[in-house]
Every structure is written in structure tokens, then in C-alpha cells.
Design a protein around this ligand. Structure first.
Ligand code: FE2
Length: 287
């Protein structure tokens, strides 16, 4: 196989995969090669542009470590994460919609009981979160595993604070027998995705801002139901219609009610203003 040119190279590459053992892998790589080649032809990609592309991807790799996940940021900001999420989560009406996982989930979040303060010292105005986990037919889902994680008042997740490995504003709790859950945390604030790296430079070059509207992340799992990975967004946030990662669904936007100092929902006497958020999750039964 010699003398390949710009018209014959694509078929030659695909032919080389004829004996791939994994059919699904073959399907994916075949399509990827076809689209990559079509893309290069469509924009008439120059050698210096491709070198720039390689440098960009190299930078994305170099800045990525166990705490900074630039590849997820890249996928998120190009809309690929939300596309994959949307295709994987075609749920019946009434079920809570899914959205992007994001780059700030970490394994090993601390376990909490209902009523505990998951902020664990993270900076922010207190917020009391409660609701019910239900199934699609309205049945309460008891003992659902609820994992929550969020940014602090400065717009940072715990993992972004260098030199401090304490888990803050993230935790795992379980719904009660009647499906209810409640915990204390802090008010979610909007934050820019990390934009001091190659993805940030890409956004700036494209005239895009890096901001995400305020949200809480949730991952909810219960036997007999599909896993739900989603956010709850704060009504009124200025970035709801320009989320840097395209994750906002109207059904996931909720009111944070602000209260002056007084008695909190759990009976705590609050000497400072606080907020409350009530949000019910509806899980889709497993197929
Ligand atoms: Fe987030």
C-alpha cells in the first residue's frame, strides 16, 4: 500500500482495522477516523495549525493530574459531555433530568447522617437542603445513596485549595424510610471553570466566558433504579443561559429561599441569615 494521497488515505487507514477483535471499538475508531479526515479536508487544515492543535492537546495532558482534569473541561466546554449525557439519559417525563458529571467529583467523600453539616467548614452562608427521593410512580425510595458536592463562597471546590486535603462541601448520606433527606451546607455560588490553562485560553480565543451558574451536584443511587447524576441550579443566576458547559435544564432550576436570622428548619437557632432549598428527585426504574 503505497502512494496514498489525500483522496485515498482514509480508506487505507480503515482497511488496516479489518481484523480488529472488538467490533464496537472498530465501529468507533472507523467513525472517528472518517470524521477527523473529513474535518481536516473541510477546513483545509494547514501543517502549522495541526502543530498548534498537537501543542494544545499536549498542554491539556500536562496540566492534568489527580486533582486537575483538563480533558473533562475540554469535553465539557465543547459540549461533548452534555451530548453524551443527553443520549445516555433519555428518561420518561417526570423523572429528574441528568446533566454533566463535571471535573470536581472525587472518590472517598465523607459519610454523613441526615441533618449533618456537610460543609465541614467550607466558607459560605448557611443553607439547609431537603427533599424527597421518589420513583417514577411516586413511591418513596428509602436508603438511596445521595452524594452531594459543591463550590464554596469563593467559587472553589475543596480539591482546588492547594495544601488542604480535607473534604469540604461534599458528602454522602442516605434517604430515610419515607424517602426524605435533609442536610446543612452552604449557599452555592457561580464560579468560573479553571481557566488558567489551555481550555481557558481556548475559551478566551473564542470570545467565551468560563462561568457556570450556581449549582449543587448530586449523584443518587438506589437498587432497582438508574443512577442519577445531576445538578440543582439556583434560580435567578445570571449564567443560567450561558453555562460554560451547557448543562442547564429548566427542570433543574430551583429557588433558594433566603431567611433572616432565626430558627432554621432543623430547629437550629441561627444568628446569621441563611437559605433553604427544597428539591425532590425522581428516579427512573432500571430496565
Ligand atoms: Fe460544579
Amino acid at each position: 500500500m503505497r502512494n496514498l494521497d489525500e483522496n485515498t488515505i482514509t480508506e487505507a487507514v480503515l482497511a488496516r482495522h479489518a481484523h480488529a477483535g472488538d467490533e464496537r471499538l472498530k465501529t468507533i475508531v472507523t467513525s472517528l477516523v472518517q470524521h477527523l479526515h473529513a474535518f481536516a479536508r473541510e477546513v483545509n487544515l494547514t501543517e502549522s495549525e495541526w502543530e498548534q492543535g498537537i501543542r494544545f492537546l499536549t498542554d491539556v495532558g500536562h496540566i492534568t493530574d489527580d486533582k486537575r482534569q483538563e480533558f473533562i473541561l475540554l469535553s465539557d466546554t465543547l459540549g461533548l459531555s452534555m451530548l453524551v449525557t443527553a443520549m445516555a439519559n433519555r428518561k420518561p417525563p417526570g423523572c429528574t433530568e441528568a446533566t454533566v458529571f463535571g471535573p470536581f467529583f472525587v472518590e472517598g467523600a465523607p459519610a454523613y447522617q441526615n441533618g449533618d453539616d456537610v460543609s465541614n467548614g467550607a466558607r459560605g452562608e448557611p443553607c439547609f437542603v431537603s427533599g424527597t427521593v421518589k420513583g417514577a410512580d411516586g413511591e418513596a425510595v428509602a436508603n438511596a445513596r445521595i452524594e452531594v458536592w459543591q463550590a464554596d463562597a469563593d467559587g472553589f471546590y475543596d480539591v482546588q485549595h492547594a495544601g488542604d486535603d480535607t473534604h469540604r462541601a461534599r458528602g454522602v448520606l442516605h434517604s430515610l424510610a419515607d424517602g426524605r433527606y435533609h442536610f446543612r451546607s452552604i449557599v452555592a455560588e457561580p464560579y468560573p471553570i479553571p481557566h488558567d490553562g489551555p481550555v481557558g485560553r481556548m475559551l478566551a480565543a473564542l470570545g467565551r466566558h468560563p462561568w457556570r451558574p450556581a449549582h449543587l451536584h448530586f449523584m443518587i443511587m438506589a437498587p432497582g433504579y438508574e443512577r442519577l447524576v445531576t445538578h440543582v441550579f439556583r434560580e435567578g443566576d445570571q449564567y443560567l443561559d450561558s453555562d460554560a458547559v451547557f448543562g442547564v435544564r429548566s427542570s433543574l432550576v430551583a429557588q433558594w429561599q433566603r431567611h433572616e436570622a432565626g430558627t432554621a428548619p432543623d430547629g437550629t437557632s441561627m444568628t446569621m441569615p441563611f437559605s433553604t432549598l427544597e428539591f425532590d428527585f425522581v428516579l427512573n426504574p432500571s430496565a
